[in-house]
Design a protein around this ligand. Structure first.
Ligand code: 5GP
Length: 235
């Protein structure tokens, strides 16, 4: 193992860059669901998810969002800012789906009256429990003003991505973000933005990880379609 190794997750490896200034994220070909209970390896997945993340974060950078993205290193790596990650999943929902419908009822695909932000605490063993803003402060994760800043950033970022996909006649139903604090002390978008982390639909057709979660065929065919749309964003 390299002495630059920092961390290996279910779908990514994080290492310090050779010059020590940044991190290099390597996107693996692994796909998982159900907190890792379901796991497979799919050829080209690392390439698809890294290039989609690179291009979408590049788009967000040009719109003034502070993202970790610095360079795409084909086929499956990204050079990114070093971040101190906040152990939260920040979900923005435009439509009812997934765990929202399981918890609160309603119909998949039904519009929410306004974008909804949810926080879950990142822990596979606890199954990413939903947490309220007051939990975040009491649990020592972030204080109320940082939580409010994250809510504002997440809504703005999700709206920008919704607009991008709607230009290509795709519907963004929901999306999960992960944030960290960069070396200047600013909240910065980290991790990944790909069909693994969003629900993306077109005329009822699924272009995201629900294909895998529900055993509906080969998700990589659809991930490739999403990559081709994202290739309209220049790096
Ligand atoms: P839900 O809470 O409905 O299962 O997920 C809401 C959105 O967040 C979906 O787009 C889903 O893909 C994403 N999401 C939620 N939890 C996770 C997670 O642990 N990993 C990934 N990759 N995405 C997640």
């Amino acid at each position: 193992m390299s002495d630059r190794f920092l961390y290996e997750g279910k779908t990514k490896i994080v290492e310090i860059s050779e010059d020590g200034q940044n991190v290099i994220l390597t996107f693996k070909d692994d796909i998982t669901a159900g907190d890792g209970a379901k796991h497979d390896v799919m050829s080209s997945k690392g390439l698809f998810c890294s290039e989609i993340t690179a291009r979408l974060m590049q788009y967000l950078n040009t719109k003034g969002v502070n993202t970790m993205f610095l360079n795409y290193l084909p086929p499956n790596k990204i050079r990114a800012k070093k971040l101190k990650m906040i152990p939260l999943e920040v979900i923005v929902r435009f439509k009812k789906a997934g765990s929202f419908v399981r918890r609160y009822g309603g119909t998949e695909g039904e519009d929410l009256p306004s974008p909804l932000v949810e926080f879950t605490y990142k822990s596979d063993v606890m199954h990413d429990p939903l947490v309220c803003v007051e939990h975040l402060e009491v649990m020592g994760i972030v204080n109320k003003s940082i939580a409010e800043k994250i809510i504002e950033e997440a809504k703005k970022t999700a709206m920008l991505l919704k607009e991008f996909f709607s230009l290509h006649t795709f519907e963004l139903w929901d999306i999960k973000f992960e944030y960290g604090v960069d070396e200047d002390g600013n909240i910065c978008l980290g991790d990944e933005i790909s069909p693994d982390t969003m629900r993306l639909r077109k005329s009822g057709e699924i272009f995201d990880k629900d294909i895998y979660r529900r055993d509906l065929g080969n998700p990589m065919e659809k991930y490739e379609v999403v990559l081709n749309i994202c290739r309209s964003i220049l790096l």
